[in-house]
Structures are given as C-alpha cells and as structure tokens.
Design a protein around this ligand. Structure first.
Ligand SMILES: [Zn+2]
Length: 308
C-alpha cells in the first residue's frame, strides 16, 4: 500500500471515531479481570460485575476443589488479575503460598470464609490423609447456606467498588438485584423443607459438606467421609454408620456430583436406604446446576423428594 493509501486509511479511522463519539457511544474501559478459585463466587461476581468484569475460573465446575492445585500457568493468570476470589477456611490449602504473589502483583483477595460464622465438621477425629488434602477443623462449605452467600455477595460488591469506583452505580444496582434473588431463594428453600417430617431430616452424604445446610435448615448430618473428599472412613466407622442408618430408618442416601467413596454401595446394600440422587456439595455443576440458585434448587429438590 502507498503512503497516500495509508493516509486515507487513517483519515477514515478518525472519521469513524468522530462518528462514534457523536453518536454518544461511551468508550468502554477494559473489564476488571477477576480470577476465581470458587465456582460459587465466580457466579456471584458475574452477577454483580456484569459487563464490567471478566471472570476467569481457575477452579472450574465439576473439578474436585479438595485436590486441586494451581499450575504455574494459573499463578500467572492470578498475578495478571485485579481480584482473586477464594472460599477460605482451609478449602484452598495452597492459599498461603499464593499470598506473596498477590501482594507483589497488587491483586486484591476476597476470602468468602472471612465473613461467615464458621462451624466445625460433624465428624470428629476422622483420619486425614498425609499431604495437602488436609483441612483444619472448620467446615469450608459455607455456600450450602443461602444467608452465608448473601454475606459473601455483599463482600464481593464492596471489593468491586473499591477496585473500580467508576462502576459503583452498576455494582450497587446489580448487588441489590442479587440480594433480592437470594432472599427469595432462601424463602423457597424453607418452604420446601417444611414438607419433610422432622424425623426424616437426616442427611447421609458422601463427605461432610452439608454442615451449614444442616444448621440453617434443621437437618442432622451423617457423613460417610470427613470434611474433605480425601478422608477415607475406617471399616469400624462404616459399620457404625450402617447401624445408625438402620436405627433411624433413613430412607435415602445421597451421592455427590464429583467424588464418591466406594462404600456407598455397601451402605445401600446393608440398609433400607435407597440412592437418593446426586447433590452438588463442592461447587457448581453444569446445566441447571451451573448457577448458584440452580444448584441450590437442584440439591433441595433432590433431598426433599428422596426423604419425603
Ligand atoms: Zn467438600
């Protein structure tokens, strides 16, 4: 192309820019990059941030977050973000290793577990495996209670406003709409659970992930494994559990979407409990369970149908 042609090209470009400006189109700023270690928090930040954020899910739906370890590529992605979302309460065993990276790169960290009231795991003295799968005693699965998620949604909204004050009006409007949806969701959950006779409100699950759900909605919990999917039950523990399931006449036990212990089959074979369906314990899934509201609706419907 000749120099003259380039000049014409540049002139056309300026003309186009001027036209766009006259049409009153706002020049869109770069979206805020948010990296997320939590599928639930990724959904919340997408709702609140909308077009002002670009969300990168380091931990993707359907992966076992208990055994996830970030790759060097993930470290790079996180360092290039403005905000990192984590569940906390020991869920991400590698979080302390990440902190210096965040400080150095000026990445803001929001830990959901920091704003909820932690509860302890239901099963005491469970054996931990040797390595990084280890959890503290606090139960990290706070998103199984809708009111916890309301607290974390507020925390995420505040972080976005701090990072991007120009977006305040958008963030406040979207956060208020999300708050209203979560309020409705919490009411809906309670309306479903009142259909269950009190004596049927016992949850046998693969691992101890529904403690917050049980506390908020009034269930007793009998987990096969400890607080992590990598805590294996002893044969004595399995025998005790089978005894308790028979004694209580538990109607159904629930498998999880990601990982299940082999003894689940043994338990249904030796008790009257039937497989009650699949629940999402460790985060979001796909399809209907691809949003927080959808996941909760799926879990609650599955639980109520099987225990009714
Ligand atoms: Zn878990």
């Amino acid at each position: 192309m000749s120099a003259g042609g380039e000049f014409v090209g540049v002139k056309i470009l300026f003309f186009l820019i001027a036209m766009l400006a006259c049409a009153g189109l706002e020049v869109v700023a770069q979206p805020i990059r948010v990296a997320s270690l939590s599928t639930v928090m990724a959904d919340l930040v997408r709702d609140i941030g909308a077009e002002r954020v670009e969300v990168i899910e380091i931990v993707k739906p359907g992966t076992d977050p208990h055994i996830f370890e970030p790759s060097p590529g993930d470290y790079k992605t996180i360092a290039n973000s403005r905000l990192l979302l984590a569940s906390g309460l020991g869920f991400e065993g590698y979080l302390d290793k990440l902190r210096p990276v965040l400080e150095k790169s000026g990445v803001r960290l929001v830990v959901g577990g920091d704003v909820v009231e932690p509860i302890e795991g239901a099963c005491e003295g469970h054996e931990h495996s040797e390595d990084h799968h280890h959890h503290g005693t606090a139960d990290p699965h706070w998103w199984q209670s809708v009111s916890n998620v309301q607290l974390v949604a507020r925390q995420i909204g505040n972080a976005l406003i701090a990072i991007d004050p120009a977006g305040r009006v958008t963030y406040e409007k979207n956060a208020a709409a999300l708050e209203a949806r979560l309020e409705d969701l919490g009411k809906w959950v309670r309306l479903q659970i009142v259909q269950l006779p009190k004596k049927n409100r016992v949850l046998v699950t693969s691992h101890d992930a529904l403690g917050y759900f049980a506390k908020e909605y009034g269930f007793e919990i009998l987990p096969v494994q400890g607080i992590s999917t990598s805590d294996q039950p002893s044969s004595q523990k399995v025998r005790d559990l089978i005894g308790r399931i028979r004694e209580r006449g538990v109607k159904a036990i629930f498998a999880e979407s990601i990982e299940n212990p082999k003894v689940l089959g043994q338990i249904t074979a030796e008790t009257c409990a039937k497989p009650g369906g699949v629940i999402y314990a460790d985060g979001l899934g796909s399809g209907d369970a691809g949003t927080y509201g959808g996941m909760m609706r799926h879990n609650v419907t599955t639980i109520v149908e099987a225990l009714k």
